[in-house]
Design a protein around this ligand. Structure first.
Ligand code: PLP
Length: 352
């Protein structure tokens, strides 16, 4: 089975090989070294800047999203949330759950987020913006610099869920003025699910994290930061995935984040050109390099999905909700190469 999903994705040989090895004990100086190097490489790939720190949770990405509400945001805040699909909706659900006042910029499938959407929220006392910079459920990539400018102008914290965008699209914390980036292991990092990460800017550390009155044992940033001073986590981490991560980070840090982004961009662009030739509609909104949404105006998307999966071993990504019958998503993450996309196009032409 070939995965054209956004996570988990097909992993590299080196990653799989490490997954077959015994798990070492981790309260050692050797493991601490591994953790410290990961933090350094990770923050560099994000251009997180001087004084930034990384928190590593053994938990899925949603836990890292929720941790922001436990450690950084409180009921005195007034949030602005970009709600352009199911992941934007998840931030709204968290704000509801933690009773934090918010307004959401609600986008329908096909709406492009522009500066005009932001005007009416200017100067209204919002304290933080939350956005899934690539709304994975739709495939739209928002302009992180445009949103960063808005936050700067309004003196807001800028909190970015980049779980499906990190390593696929450009995202620089320094240039965007981003305070928090959330990501996780199973998307473009091409690792097993199980780890999620919170990168914190110097500003948010000083202004919010250090003085937070967090009521959570497992998700207390301060505890993680203190432990990471010696390269450790407060609780047992997913040691095996961390060793796989160390190998990936090392490769990525050597090659540079731009090379990784370029690889994804080229696959995405070539696939989109093939779609055009094959008469498969692709939405016009700005797209992440992580995936391409393809449209089935006849409403047979789920049929195509099932046939490709069951008859040809090609696992595309179906969508939930109202658009489920009309779109499929084709991921460009993991070990995929251009020949894989030729195959997908041929099979779609056959079964559609
Ligand atoms: C995958 C993803 C998540 C995390 O989902 P989990 O199932 O909790 O790992 C969060 N946000 C976005 C934008 C995602 O693509």
């Amino acid at each position: 089975m070939k995965l054209f999903t956004v996570g988990p994705v097909d992993m590299y040989e080196e990653t799989l090989a490490i997954g077959g090895e015994p798990i070492p004990y981790f309260r050692t100086s050797e493991f601490s070294e591994v953790m410290l190097k990961i933090e350094k490489d990770f923050l560099k790939l994000l251009y997180a800047g001087e004084g930034s720190r990384l928190i590593t949770f053994t938990a899925s990405g949603t836990a890292a999203m929720e941790s922001v509400f436990l450690n950084v945001i409180d009921r005195k805040d007034k949030l602005l949330i970009v709600n352009g699909g199911s992941f934007g909706h998840r931030f709204c659900m968290l704000a509801d759950l933690y009773k934090v006042p918010y307004d959401s910029i609600d986008l329908e499938y096909g709406d492009v987020l522009t500066e005009e959407h932001l005007y009416k929220y200017d100067g209204k006392g919002y304290t933080a913006l939350l956005v899934n910079i690539h709304e994975t459920s739709i495939g739209q990539l928002y302009d992180y610099k445009m949103l960063g400018d808005f936050c700067k102008k309004n003196n807001m914290y800028y909190i970015v869920d980049a779980i499906s965008s990190f390593l696929a699209d450009e995202l620089r914390m320094d240039e965007g003025g981003i305070d928090i980036v959330i990501t996780s292991s199973q998307k473009a990092m091409s690792l097993p699910p199980g780890l999620s990460f919170v990168a914190l800017s110097k500003r948010i550390l000083e202004e919010r994290v250090q003085s937070s009155g967090v009521r959570s044992m497992y998700f207390d940033y301060k505890d993680y930061l203190l432990n990471m001073e010696r390269g450790q986590t407060p609780f047992t981490p997913a040691v095996g995935i961390i060793l796989q991560l160390a190998q990936r980070m090392d490769t990525l840090a050597k090659a540079g984040v731009e090379a990784e982004i370029t690889k994804h961009r080229e696959l995405a662009e070539q696939f989109r050109a093939m779609c055009k030739d094959a008469g498969i509609p692709v939405p016009t909104f700005p797209k992440s390099n992580a995936l391409t949404t393809i449209e089935f105006p006849d409403g047979n998307a789920l049929d195509v999905f099932a046939k490709l999966k069951d008859e040809y071993g090609l696992m595309l990504t179906p969508s939930g909700g109202d658009i489920g019958k009309r779109v499929l998503r084709v991921g460009h993450l993991g070990v995929r190469c251009i020949e894989d996309y030729v195959e997908v196009i041929d099979r779609i032409k056959e079964v559609r």
